[in-house]
Write a protein that binds this ligand. Structure first.
Ligand code: FAD
Ligand code: SF4
Length: 468
């Protein structure tokens, strides 16, 4: 009789910095598995014949195979398997919402905790970064095929598409508006969740595949998409993200001390305001800080404010925690660090002092009604519940929308009513010949892995199109 497999229902916990220490520093919170821990966690995977996990991964990492290699202690092979379909594994292992992608579909989920796929992916990617000689040997070198592709934006969508096309022999140039490549991975997600040397190492890997990155190049200003097509590029992939902040449009939003999360996080992360005066961008987040919103951006802004010296951070969100779009892990981290969740609460206006500086937020309570078009229960104002929260700083973290520079300078590009570019979900094709689009510019603010999936599918379609 076949021996019954004994399931280990609990995953190996992720070592983390102690709360009291980490809430005041910008070092990475999650410390990563040791080799022993990684092998033990990999041993929990039962190597399903028909694995559900892989279907949940938009870049089709062969999850059971790489976990099998980790279990054998064969890290070079695990890295080779992952890198064959995913050029940014150290990033994905840290910030992908695995709980709604691959891990949710893991067979172990039925009885206990799913395989810690993200943590293992991170372990393998970090192992490879610490052993560059192995990665170098495994790099595929391909002869150029003479065709050129321009990619607009160096976020996860642009980097993934560029890497895949380069591996197929295309000459690829990424045009990036900022002075640093990486998109939101560099300017939005804080150091303590995603260290910038990790992002830089993966950007360098993409460059090592032959991709050229032209920094400080704003497409729509220094050249239009049509000019790229006229000047020797056979195809253009638009991946400029959705970096324009949304506002509440309530009285007092222009007061001094009210930031958009974009500005607050860009100053903190990209301009390194947390190392002021060593870096010359200042930021103020002392005293009491209110953060408005309930997504990953709101969690990041709250936790940055704490680290920048805020005495209290109040997270103001109009629904309950169940409806919050932020990842469960990040909500837990924020609560552990002392962020105060003020749920079912909405701001009515900001109140300023005589100098035009914010000093309070006027709020009211909400209750939940029937589900709306997003599937979440609609928040409804409770009359007569107004109250005031004294504050020194406010950070508005409501979400983002596409920046209009590229669409407004590109003739023949059809847009949706939200200002995103209309692009085929499977191929990335737009209404304009030889122009593709993917990532947040096509979907609106989404996730790193959905942007990477779009970059991957588009690379395959550009290759098919140019080889007709
Ligand atoms: P982006 O990452 O926005 O990159 C676009 C790039 O294009 C930028 O570098 C920009 O400078 C450049 N660009 C723009 N216009 C031009 C132009 N005209 N010419 C040249 N270049 C241009 N997702 C997760 O999965 N997990 C998380 O934990 C998570 N946390 C987040 C936290 C924050 C604070 C934010 C803001 C987002 C977070 N997200 C998270 C969402 C995720 O980062 C985005 O969905 C993803 O980065 C989108 O990728 P993209 O390649 O489409 O665009
Ligand atoms: Fe392993 Fe879970 Fe994938 Fe099955 S579904 S192969 S247990 S990670």
């Amino acid at each position: 009789m076949a021996e019954k497999i004994k399931l280990n229902l609990n995953r190996v916990p992720m070592p983390k910095q102690p709360v009291a220490v980490r809430r005041r520093n910008f070092d990475e919170v999650a410390l990563g598995y040791s080799e022993e821990q990684a092998i033990e966690e990999a041993g929990r995977c039962i190597q399903c014949k028909k694995p559900g996990c892989m279907k949940g991964c938009p870049v089709e990492v062969n999850i059971p195979e790489f976990i099998g290699a980790v279990r054998e202690g064969d890290m070079p092979e695990a890295a080779r398997i992952i890198k064959s379909t995913n050029s940014l594994p150290a990033i994905c292992g840290r910030v992908c919402p695995q709980e709604t992608q691959c891990e949710v579909a893991c067979a172990l989920n039925k009885k206990g905790a799913p395989s810690a796929i993200g943590r293992l992916e991170r372990y393998v990617a970090d192992w490879e970064r610490a052993h560059p000689e192995v990665g170098e040997k495994q790099k595929e070198r391909v002869a150029l095929n003479g065709k050129k592709v321009a990619v607009v934006g160096s976020g996860p969508a642009g980097l993934t598409c560029a890497a895949d096309l380069s591996k197929l022999g295309y000459g690829v140039s990424i045009f990036e508006a900022f002075h640093v490549a990486g998109g939101v991975l560099m300017y939005g997600i804080p150091e303590f969740r995603l260290p910038k040397d990790v992002v830089q190492a993966e950007v360098d890997y993409v460059k090592s595949l032959g991709v050229e990155i032209k920094l400080d190049h704003v497409i729509g200003k220094i050249a239009t998409v049509d000019e790229l097509l006229q000047n020797g590029y056979d195809a253009v992939f638009l991946a400029p993200g959705a970096g324009a902040p949304m506002f509440l449009n309530i009285p007092g939003e222009n007061l001094s001390g009210v930031y958009s999360a974009n500005e607050f996080l860009t100053r903190t992360n990209l301009m390194k305001a947390y190392q002021f005066p060593e870096y010359d961008t200042p930021i103020k987040a002392g005293g009491r800080v209110a953060v408005i919103g309930g997504g990953n951006v709101a969690m990041d802004a709250s936790r940055c404010a704490l680290r920048l010296g805020a005495e209290e951070v109040h997270l103001i969100y109009r629904r309950s925690e169940v409806e919050m779009p932020a990842r469960a892990e990040e909500r837990e981290n924020a609560k552990e660090e002392g962020v105060i969740f003020r749920l079912l609460t909405n701001p009515d206006c900001f109140i300023g002092d005589e100098q035009g500086k914010v000093k309070a937020v006027e709020c009211y309570e909400m209750e939940l009604g029937e589900p709306d078009e997003s599937g979440r229960r609609r928040p409804i104002r409770k009359q007569g519940t107004e109250f005031t929260v004294p504050v020194d700083t406010v950070i508005v973290a409501l979400g983002t929308s596409p920046n209009p520079i590229v669409p407004s300078t590109t003739k023949g590009l059809e847009l949706t009513r939200w200002g995103t570019v209309k692009a085929d979900e499977d191929t990335g094709r737009t209404s304009k010949d030889r122009v593709w689009c993917g990532g947040d510019m096509a979907t609106g603010a989404a996730t790193v892995i959905s942007a990477m999936g779009a970059g991957k599918r588009t690379a395959a379609d550009i290759d098919a199109y140019l080889n007709r």
